[in-house]
Design a protein around this ligand. Sequence first.
Ligand code: COA
Length: 326
Amino acid sequence: MRHATIIGTGRCLPEQVITNNDLASIVETSDEWITSRTGIKQRRISTGENTSDLAYKAGLRALERAGIGADVLDLIICATITPDSFMPSVACMVQDRLGAKKAAAFDLSAACTGLVYGMAVATSFIESGMFQTILVIGAETLSKVMDWTDRGTCVLFGDGAGAVVLQASEQKQGIRSMHMISDGSKQDYLSLSALPLLNPFVESGEQKITPYISMKGQEVFKFAVRTINDLIQKVLAKAELKEDDIKYVVAHQANYRIIEQAAKFAGIALDKFFVNLDLYGNTSAATIGIALDEMNEKKLLEPGDKIILVGFGGGMTSGAILVDWT
Ligand code: COA
């Protein structure tokens, strides 16, 4: 059987650092409140680069780390809820800039679970024999969909991109198990409107939309803690492994208290959960790719290490992947 292995990771963060104190000068908040409720100390905010620019740079770095050229890519998937445009997709823009001439390319919308969903789709294409080498990117410029007067949301998010290259291997390694699930009945927990339905044939012209993220914070919190634990148990069972076999859990970086409670629930030591949300905040589809690239760079990952990637986000979507690191 063919397996999908991770052969490269990449990330790109905008230069501009915005601290909690910086935010305290634009909304009524404080470093103490943000740090104690979320663990976030700062985030990167783009002052010029759009989602496709960050996605391109993260993708390029992942290819460099993998030691391959863009010409071998069969597919590029970009997970994002903040594309430059509805059309063309960010993935097509990246394909052009990388010069990945034989690749198909499309965007995927699964909010903060986007990279995990993208990796699951890529793994299925690889295991089926359809494709050999796939670049999956999670990229966001959430700063353009923030209500910068709403202290309940604008302190949580940041901009950035993370990427992984997946390739087919005949060895029994790489992606060992996956689980994906959605619950559309909880769609009002996190939302971001697109264009209203307005055309000459619509009778009532009064359709207002708010082009910002809105959120039921406490509902999301409870959902996240429960879901991270459920998904960890699912991918462990599918891979026939136990909690003790796991070297690291790379959970979506939204809130340190979510990670703390999920670790307790799952019976996995907190120090096995990689955390960098203090530096970048919640970059939605990008967090897990950014974390993986940092871990790779710090040489935290050895061949044979079992790690779990677990994401949750608007939709509500959630998913996990158990990786046997190569
Ligand atoms: N600074 C200071 N005060 C703030 C604030 C801020 N940035 N944001 C909210 N508050 C205030 C509220 O107005 C409220 O004040 P009140 O009691 O006078 O009405 C108080 O703090 C408590 O608000 P609440 O929303 O109940 O806080 P909370 O303990 O639930 O924490 C979150 C809020 C957002 C940190 C928390 O719910 C959370 O992290 N949820 C998950 C969000 C998430 O991860 N989203 C992305 C998922 S992909």
